[in-house]
Each structure stands twice: as structure tokens, then as C-alpha cells.
Design a protein around this ligand. Structure first.
Ligand code: SF4
Length: 235
């Protein structure tokens, strides 16, 4: 890994806006190669371990790249198994972030099943805060967001300025469809979460994820029955 220059937030924001325009038509690998070249070790990939597509692409652009995984304490065993397999077989450095409180400590402080009563609070404690702390050492992070996943993600730029975290946010597969993802997985034998073969289209925490029916969008199984559509990581 190479050392990278220090940049001010204004410089990073300007970089992000320019790259978002210049790279709109670039391939995911080209976008990640740009990010690796510009940010070096101050760049990471975040993964929910629904699949390892972006981690796989990033490892091609930057072998040994940091892959950050948020272990909320509520994941399906299949998700933890996918994380362990990624760490074992891919040329990446998996970093697991955990919330400040265990589930038991959160239950003691806020009462059990906070996810049912106040999912925004639960996500803030178990996802948003740990990610913000975990990203402190990076200037740029990559996500697997895609425009076709839901209306709330339709405007996702391939590179943008994450004003909340004051970092460059890279979404290399923003323009891909599910068909593109499936083709990449098949071509490269990429690890995927076994739950994707069991009726789940989007995999999050177990209490807040259900299988989807034919015709539903991929994220309809997340926080089903509530108005919540995002965990706050991408707001
Ligand atoms: Fe809590 Fe559900 Fe958010 Fe996971 S997805 S942090 S269980 S509210």
C-alpha cells in the first residue's frame, strides 16, 4: 500500500464532484482503480456481506484493500459465515466494526427489541455510530449502492461528497443492474450470502429482514411493515 497526500475537506469535496462527472460512464473497475490511485491506504470498501462483488472488484484494483464490515450483533449466521469466507479466500483485509454496546447491554439500557420500537435509534447505535468511528482514518469509502435497488437510491452518483461524514463516497456499481451483478458473480465465482438463494433479495439484520415476493423491489424485505427504508448509513 502506498502513502497518500493529505488533503483538506474542500479539496476532497472538489475531487469528488469532478470525479462524479468524469467517471459517470466509467466501468466499476475503472472507478475503483481511480479511487485506489488517488486515495491509496486512505480508501476502504464497506460490505454488508450480502455478496462480495465490490470487494472482489476493489481487490483487483487494489490488492489487500481494507473491507469494512459492521457486525451489529443481529446478523444471520450466514452473513457472518460469508464474512469469514471473504477474509479467508480473497485478497482483502477484512475489518469488523462493532457497536459500543453489546445487544445485552443495549437491552439493559433501552429495553429489549429496540429494533421493533425505535429502529432509527437502534440503527444509529449499532450501524451509524460505529461506521462513523470506523471511517475516521479514511478519506474515501466505497459502497455497493445501486440505482436500481429502490427509488431512494435512483440518484446515487458513482463518486460523490458525503457531507455528513466529510468523505468521498464511491459507488462503483451504481449504474449496474441486478443482471450485471449476477453476471459478474457467475463470471468470477464471487462469494455470495447463501440467503440470496433462500428468498432474500437484500440481507440486513435478522430482526429487520424478510424474504421478498416476486415483483417486489430488492429492498422491500428490509424493515417491512414500517416506513423505514434506509439504516441511516446512506442518508
Ligand atoms: Fe437494529 Fe434492525 Fe437497524 Fe439492525 S437493521 S441496527 S437490528 S434496527
Amino acid at each position: 500500500m502506498t502513502a497518500t497526500q493529505e488533503r483538506t475537506e474542500a479539496e476532497l469535496a472538489a475531487l469528488a464532484e469532478r470525479a462524479g462527472r468524469d467517471l459517470e460512464d466509467a466501468s466499476p473497475l475503472e472507478i475503483l482503480t481511480w479511487a485506489a490511485g488517488v486515495f491509496g491506504e486512505r480508501f476502504c470498501v464497506t460490505s454488508s456481506m450480502e455478496d462480495a462483488v465490490v470487494a472482489h472488484l476493489a481487490a483487483r484494483a487494489y490488492p489487500g484493500v481494507d473491507v469494512v464490515f459492521l457486525d451489529t450483533g443481529y446478523h444471520f449466521p450466514e452473513t457472518i459465515g460469508t464474512r469469514d469466507a471473504v477474509a479467508e479466500v480473497m485478497d482483502v483485509n477484512v475489518i469488523t466494526l462493532t457497536p459500543r454496546r453489546t445487544v445485552a447491554e443495549q437491552d439493559a439500557e433501552y429495553g429489549p427489541k429496540l429494533h421493533d420500537r425505535d429502529p432509527d435509534r437502534c440503527c444509529a447505535l449499532r450501524k451509524v455510530a460505529p461506521l462513523e468511528e470506523g471511517l475516521a482514518g479514511y478519506d474515501a469509502w466505497a459502497t455497493g449502492l445501486r440505482r436500481d435497488e429502490s427509488p431512494t437510491r435512483a440518484g446515487t452518483p458513482v463518486v460523490g461528497w458525503d457531507a455528513r461524514r466529510r468523505k468521498v463516497k464511491v459507488s462503483p456499481i451504481a449504474r449496474w443492474t441486478q443482471r450485471d451483478v449476477d453476471a459478474y458473480v457467475a463470471e468470477h465465482g464471487v462469494l455470495t450470502n447463501p440467503l440470496l438463494l433462500d428468498g432474500y433479495a437484500s440481507v440486513g439484520c435478522a430482526p429487520c429482514t424478510r424474504r421478498v415476493s416476486a415483483g417486489e423491489d430488492a429492498r422491500a424485505g428490509r424493515w417491512a411493515g414500517s416506513n423505514k427504508t434506509e439504516c441511516g448509513l446512506h442518508g
